[in-house]
Design a protein around this ligand. Structure first.
Ligand code: MN
Length: 246
């Protein structure tokens, strides 16, 4: 029996828990149920050693605080108060290492935004005040498994192949969004107001970002396919393609 793939999962500081690194169990359970071994990564520079990263088979960039605006050339909007420069620096380097080694990568919420910034894109710093969207992307009072809005999925994308649907309903726990898309990324899902809800790097083994929180539904398996696809890409480095059995 082969060893299951080791999937790094990022964690980071939250202002409401000073002195702690925070990670929701949902990410760990989602990876474990998909056949991967979850390895929680704290933002420590020593963890970026190439010899250590080469032991990872896949990576999940998780949700969390806003990316520091100066990293994409923005002056901070008044709503941007929860940031972690330490985490940003760590994850930006991690993204570049992961892409350099074609490590399968699933980027969730902040993770997708961080991926976009790491590759040269920018962010809408506060959807509600900047775009005036009528869609409630930021209703943090709702249970995390409550559907907030629909998302249209671009046909021909990896995401469409995985979900097999033109439209899915998702939760929405973000007040920021992709503004200018980084050049190498392709937007593959959109909210009804046009905001980007998923991105991909088509030429890579597996690089997928989603703006919603698929991990919240690990009990129901609503988006288990995304984690299964990550794990299958991680365990089959020479076989491109999509998950078939998970
Ligand atoms: Mn949303």
């Amino acid at each position: 029996m082969s060893v299951p793939p080791l999937i790094g999962i990022t964690s980071g500081g939250e202002p409401s828990f000073p002195g702690c690194y925070i990670l929701r169990q949902d990410y760990v359970r989602s990876v474990e149920l998909s056949g991967g071994v979850p390895l929680v990564l704290a933002p420590a520079g020593a963890a970026l050693h190439p010899a250590l990263l080469s032991k990872l088979d896949g990576l999940v960039l998780t949700g969390g605080t806003d990316v520091v605006p100066r990293l994409y050339g923005g002056a901070p909007h008044p709503t941007v108060t929860d940031t972690s420069a330490e985490r940003d620096e760590f994850e930006m380097k991690l993204v570049h290492e992961a892409l350099a080694h074609d490590l399968p990568l699933l980027a969730i919420c902040r993770g997708m935004q961080l991926l976009n910034v790491a590759l040269g894109g920018t962010l809408v710093q506060d959807i509600r005040t900047v775009t005036g969207s009528a869609i409630r992307h930021d209703d943090f009072a709702l249970p995390r498994t409550d559907v907030a809005h629909a998302v249209s999925v671009r046909s021909g994308s990896r995401l469409h192949a995985l979900l097999g649907r033109d439209e899915v309903e998702v939760n929405s726990l973000h007040h920021q969004a992709v503004d200018r898309l980084a050049t190498p990324l392709v937007a593959t899902a959109f909210a009804p107001d046009g905001l980007v809800e998923a991105v991909e790097l088509p030429a890579r083994r597996f690089v997928l970002g989603v703006q919603w929180h698929p991990e919240a539904w690990w009990r129901e398996g609503r988006f288990a396919r995304l984690f299964c696809a990550l794990v299958e890409a991680a365990e089959a480095p020479t076989i491109p393609g999509l998950a078939a059995t998970c």
